[in-house]
Write a protein that binds this ligand. Structure first.
Ligand code: CP
Length: 306
């Protein structure tokens, strides 16, 4: 990784992924043993131009548990000098001088790459518009391996807003590092998986289908990866309503799922997984969110590797 940035999922190969997951397992032990002070001389800046609960707080917790300090803003669009017209590039040049790593979430696709082009410290992409969310995809993949015991050979169903769901794009790219993967894309037609993602899968020999029957998918998938319909990214309410409420995981759907399958969701949810599902042992989405802490500790460690 150039300057150890994390910008997109395509930058990772299988060896790198296995290295990150090994470090992540070590980080689980670090947390269990009360944390570490190994980065007590390091400062992380979190610059969030879009709302977040999990990504920002798990990065901040990760840095704290490694002894480092955190500065930043949770509403950079309003509370940074962006509102006075400062460019992203100028902000990053300045903040590079205050910190050893910058975590950025932005509304614009490609914002993390723009930041990396001028930064003098590692940039970690915490989501760029409807583009990518590579650190989420890393924790998703880690969760699959931890819950199922393997990644090779899995059948994963990606459900919901696959056009705007940046985690789906990044996870699809990461899966090209594994063997015998099959992906079912189950989405309302106006938010189906983009052509450019399918092209990348074709180029890497990954088997996939567009399947509109969720029950049929649930009967055969090892992983149901549900996502929220991202209301904030639609141009009109009419388009949003065409996509909303079509695919819901509820108690009835559980009866069709394999006993050893799991349900993941990057969260937040907005009704697409009924609360009654939470009690089922296959509901792995809160364990998945917890893994975000460990993955982000591992990524901080990788950032500071020579
Ligand atoms: N999964 C995820 O990115 O959640 P937040 O928007 O809360 O960070």
């Amino acid at each position: 990784m150039k300057r150890n940035h994390v910008l997109g999922a395509k930058q990772f190969d299988r060896e790198m992924l296995e290295g990150i997951f090994q470090t992540t397992r070590e980080m689980e032990r670090v947390v269990a043993n009360g944390g570490s002070d190994r980065y007590s001389n390091k400062v992380m800046t979190t610059l969030f131009f879009e709302p977040s609960t999990r990504t920002r707080l798990s990065f901040e917790s990760a840095m704290s548990r490694l002894g480092g300090k955190v500065i930043g803003t949770e509403n950079a669009a309003q509370f940074s000098s962006t509102i006075k017209g400062e460019t992203l590039e100028d902000t990053i040049r300045v903040v590079s001088g205050y910190s050893d790593v910058i975590v950025i979430r932005h509304t614009d696709i490609g914002a993390a790459e723009r930041a990396a082009a001028v930064a003098t410290v590692p940039i970690l992409n915490a989501g760029d518009g409807a583009g990518e969310h590579p650190t989420q995809a890393l924790l998703d993949l880690y969760t699959i391996e931890k819950e199922i015991g393997r990644i090779d050979g899995i059948h994963i169903a990606m459900i919901g807003d696959l056009a705007n769901g940046r985690t789906v794009h990044s996870l699809s790219y990461l899966l090209t590092n594994y063997r015998n993967i099959h992906i079912s894309f189950t989405a309302p037609e106006n938010v189906q998986i983009p052509t450019y993602v399918k092209k990348y899968l074709d180029d890497h020999g990954i088997s996939y289908e567009e399947e509109y029957d969720l029950t049929k998918v649930a009967e055969k998938a090892d992983v149901l990866y549900q996502t929220r319909i991202q209301k904030e990214r639609f141009m009109s309410l009419d388009e949003y309503e065409k996509a909303s409420g079509k695919y819901i995981i509820d108690r009835e759907l559980l009866t069709h799922m394999k006993q050893d399958s799991i349900i993941l969701h990057p969260l937040p949810r907005a009704g697409e997984i009924a609360v009654e599902v939470d009690e089922d042992p296959r509901a792995a989405y809160f364990r998945q969110a917890q893994n975000g802490l460990y993955i982000r500790m591992a990524l901080i460690e990788k950032c500071f590797e020579e």
